[in-house]
Ligand binder design. Structure first.
Ligand SMILES: CC(=O)SCCNC(=O)CCNC(=O)[C@H](O)C(C)(C)COP(=O)(O)OP(=O)(O)OC[C@H]1O[C@@H](n2cnc3c(N)ncnc32)[C@H](O)[C@@H]1OP(=O)(O)O
Ligand SMILES: CC(=O)C(=O)O
Length: 569
């Protein structure tokens, strides 16, 4: 077992990462269980193709053990292992998972154990009961029979040429209730030939100091077993019910555990498992353990997002290390300091894990936010330019009225260009009307919404009047405006309204409440978001639709060519 971590030097973080050493004693074996425990999260259902895609991503990340599923539990998990036999992974060991044999059944005759063998993996993980309560209440068997189930299962799998990892389910709760019995279960697994004893906080309620204390006690208690054995290897498997899964896993590693089980993005049953996207960089960058190749760490953010795409769950923007907001700076004080030295408000360099720094625009902004945004829009602006403060003040006034530019950067860019005199006027609104009807469907309880919009705009001094229908007022208005403009700007045909979000801002004022509309548009290559606010939802939608079209036209024309504010009036 690696030495307990109390001797680790204090990290000089954030000034330098603790150097990662690749000595064997510093190696942490990462064991990913996204495809098994991760798939136990409510809302996740993976096809075989999904599982294969995730497995290949994990393989590319350099994860050494990938738990692929429980063969025999469902047909998909069986086929997944067979598919991988046809096209093996590049470096990872794929592991098949199963329980111990059932009570009073020979391991060789247990159908689940047979399915486990049929998966054809070199490594298998067996979970067994550590807590006496689970033996008597869950398995409804005797404490001795449970010890025999653990030992027989592992011995049988070893006899079939498999290498075994033993997951001690409910280890921490079991140890607290009956340490002597709990230790006997580990001894049974070890003597039967398990190469790793993984201590599981199955119910996820243990806190870090208890984890540390118990892992230390286990290591000491098993010292005697080590005589004649090369090394006893402990692992840790934590759940996040107390929101301490990552801290608990780190505590166990600091006490000498050298295998960490977890999942990408922390997916897992109930509140999830230890999040490998946090654990890996914490262990490697801050504590100097070696988990994956240094060159692979930069893929972490992309893999986190790819996995969330495959499992069809929105990525968690505030996820540490890999979330969209993990290095997003909003407060003016933060942005000003980060611009001078990123160490002031960043615990690691975002690029180390493949993430990026972002500067957010809002009423919490200062001049520094404006300057950084201007730079990202290709506008050369400096703090001395009076327009800079005017833009900031206008931003704060509009946000106070209900606008939100954080999620509508295209509208903010238009605002900035207008303040600098560089906003192109593509058309002028002369007026619009929208007429809505609800048409009952003959013989059916449903009715069909219908809307007709008429709009008058002026383009290059020429008035255009157009009308269009839609299944709602915003769709009709958008269609009428496009119809009026398309002769002048044919590129509009490529623009699409891809998302429409409405938020009532002061709900307690009833129907006179203000409405904020965010519209996402696309030209097939790029996406941009614009905002409108009004007490009239149509007016708010119109503002957002118009700015969406205007921004698209600006992208298309040369209007976005670098703008030098110094040369503007
Ligand atoms: C902590 C964990 O995450 S462990 C993994 C949990 N994951 C899953 O359960 C997902 C996959 N599970 C399944 O598909 C099914 O539950 C199966 C195929 C495993 C079993 O299905 P069934 O035979 O219908 O049993 P059921 O699910 O109702 O109950 C579980 C059985 O496993 C037994 N069992 C539980 N743990 C163990 C163990 N470590 N060793 C042996 N048997 C066990 C239970 O006592 C119960 O036995 P019983 O049917 O004789 O009462
Ligand atoms: C084995 C496992 O998944 C657990 O105990 O949580």
């Amino acid at each position: 077992m690696p030495k307990a971590g109390s001797a680790k030097p204090l990290s000089r973080y954030p000034y330098s990462y603790l150097p990662m050493t690749t000595e064997a004693s510093n190696r942490i074996w990462i064991y990913d269980t996204t495809l098994r425990d991760g798939a136990q999260r409510e809302g996740i259902s993976l096809s075989i193709e999904d599982k294969l895609r995730i497995a290949r991503q994990l393989d590319a990340l350099g994860i050494p053990f990938i738990e692929g599923g429980w063969p025999g539990a469902n047909p998909k998990d069986v086929q997944f292992f067979w598919k991988l036999q046809e096209q093996p992974l590049a470096q990872a060991e794929v592991v098949a998972f199963c329980s111990t044999r059932r009570p009073h059944v020979k391991a060789a005759e247990d159908s689940l154990i047979q399915a486990l063998l049929a998966a054809g993996t070199r490594w298998v993980t067996i979970f067994g009961k550590s807590w006496d309560l689970h033996v008597t209440e869950g398995l409804k068997t005797s404490l001795d029979e449970n010890l025999a189930m653990i030992a027989d299962t592992i011995e049988y799998l070893r006899s079939q040429g498999r290498r075994a990892i033993y997951d001690a389910e409910h280890w921490f709760d079991g140890y607290k209730q009956n340490p002597d019995y709990a230790l006997k279960t580990l001894q049974a697994a070890l003597r039967a030939g398990a190469e790793w004893l993984v201590l599981c906080d199955t119910n996820g309620g243990t806190l870090p100091q208890e984890i540390a204390q118990i892992v230390r006690a286990v290591a000491k208690a098993l010292e005697r077993e080590a005589i004649g054995q090369s090394q006893i290897q402990l692992g840790i498997h934590t759940h996040n019910d107390a929101d301490t899964a990552v801290a608990n896993a780190i505590a166990a590693v600091m006490e000498g555990a050298n295998m960490v089980q977890g999942t990408i993005n922390g997916y897992g049953e109930r509140c999830g498992n230890a999040n490998l996207c946090s654990l890996i960089p914490n262990l490697q960058l801050k504590l100097g353990y070696c988990c994956i190749g240094e060159e692979q760490m930069v893929n972490l953010t992309q893999i986190s997002r790819c996995v969330s795409e495959v499992v069809n769950l929105a990525p968690n923007d505030s996820a540490p290390f890999v979330g969209l907001s993990a290095f997003a700076h909003k407060g003016g004080i933060h942005v000003s300091a980060v611009e001078r030295n990123p160490l002031t408000y960043e615990h690691i360099q975002p690029e180390t894990v493949g993430n990026t720094r972002r500067i957010v625009i809002s009423e919490q902004a200062g001049l520094s936010n404006i300057l950084v945004k201007a730079r990202s829009f290709g506008i050369d602006l400096d703090k001395q330019n009076p327009a800079c403060r005017q833009i900031l003040e206008r931003l704060k006034v509009l946000e106070n009225q209900g606008y939100q530019f954080e999620g509508a950067e295209a509208s903010f860019e238009l605002l900035m260009r207008e303040a600098l005199g560089g906003r192109q006027q593509f058309f002028t609104l002369k007026g619009f009307q929208v007429h809505c009807d609800i048409v009952p469907c003959k013989g059916e309880s449903d009715s069909v919404p219908y809307a007709l919009a008429t709009i008058k705009v002026s383009v290059n001094g020429k008035d255009i009047l157009e009308a269009a229908e839609g299944n709602g007022p915003v769709a009709a208005l958008d269609a009428a405006l496009r119809k009026a403009l398309i002769k002048f700007y044919p590129v509009i045909a490529e623009f699409e309204l891809t998302d429409y979000k409405v938020r009532i801002l002061d709900g307690n004022t009833g129907t006179s409440a203000k409405t904020r509309v965010l519209i996402e548009s696309s030209n097939g290559d790029q996406r941009w978001t614009t905002v409108g606010v009004s007490t009239n939802i149509l007016e708010a939608s119109y503002q957002a639709v118009v700015e969406g079209l205007e921004y698209g036209l600006m992208l298309h024309s040369a209007a976005l060519a670098p703008l030098n504010a110094a040369r503007l009036p």
